[in-house]
Design a binder for this molecule. Structure first.
Ligand code: DGL
Length: 257
């Protein structure tokens, strides 16, 4: 039976950890009157080195917690979880589900004749969904799995992240032939400035947060679910420790993207 949704109901947003908070920032900027409940599944992080089935199970558990709170829409603020579970969730849920994918399309539009490096978790890059995206926009694109990078973002280890990225990117002999770098994991968006400073100026950097925020607004408008009067509100929940809850709050209010 279909449940009646209300414009005042919250939007549920999930990720394995703080990465999705970069997406939440974009959504809250675009729709300041909305109520958002953000769930960071830290007890099960990282998702990107798990199997599709494991991630789908984790995401289902999170979704159950969010739907109990009568969310009017779900945003999977995680490329890995979208690839693993978005199709299943769209079949199972009677609310709109907005997912994310590596921003390869905009990168392909910016590409001259050179390469596109797609930085993402190992699972994202293995998924069928990503293969379909590659078939459409992947000319010149190379998969660059980044196991361990989300953990450095979670630990706010900027020195560790810089070292990781320098090894990954600056040791390449072909950087002059790279046109674009795709940040295909919401955690990496917090490293955008660092990567920008590291790379030659001609290389474009793309990520999906603004596009996801616009997509959510389109969907809410279409379903007549956009909250016209507020007040906006952000709530954080986690399967992790109370300290991680505090870290999520701080990340949202203090860490800029
Ligand atoms: N933030 C997630 C993404 O966009 C993945 C991080 C993880 O490995 O859990 O893919």
């Amino acid at each position: 039976m279909e449940t009646r949704r209300d414009r005042q109901d919250p939007v549920g947003v999930l990720d394995s950890g703080i990465g999705g908070i970069s997406t939440l920032q974009s959504m809250a900027r675009l729709m300041p009157l909305e109520r958002f409940i953000f769930y960071g599944d830290l007890a099960n992080a990282p998702y990107g080195t798990k199997s599709t089935e494991e991630v789908t199970d984790c995401v289902r558990r999170v979704v159950r917690k969010l739907t109990e709170q009568r969310i009017k829409a779900l945003v999977i603020a995680c490329n890995t979880a979208t690839g693993a579970a978005a199709a299943v969730l769209r079949r199972e849920l009677d609310i709109p589900v907005v997912g994310m994918e590596p921003a390869l399309k905009p990168a392909s539009e910016l590409r001259q004749d050179g390469k596109i490096l797609v930085l993402a978790t190992p699972l994202t890059l293995r998924q069928e969904k990503f293969e379909r995206l590659m078939a459409l926009y992947g000319r010149g694109a190379e998969k660059v799995p980044c196991p361990g990078l989300m953990e450095l973002v979670e630990r706010e280890d900027d020195d560790g992240a810089r070292e990781y990225l320098e090894k990954l990117l600056l040791t390449r002999q072909d950087l002059d032939r790279v046109d674009a770098v795709v940040l295909g994991c919401t955690h990496y968006v917090f490293l955008k400035e660092m990567i920008r400073r590291m790379l030659p100026e001609h290389i474009a950097i793309t990520e999906g947060n603004e596009g996801t925020a616009r997509q959510l607004r389109r969907v809410l408008e279409r379903e007549d679910l956009l909250n016209p009067e507020g007040p906006g509100q952000i709530t954080f929940e986690t399967s992790g420790s109370p300290a991680s809850l505090e870290q999520m709050r701080r990340t949202f209010y203090e860490r800029r993207t």
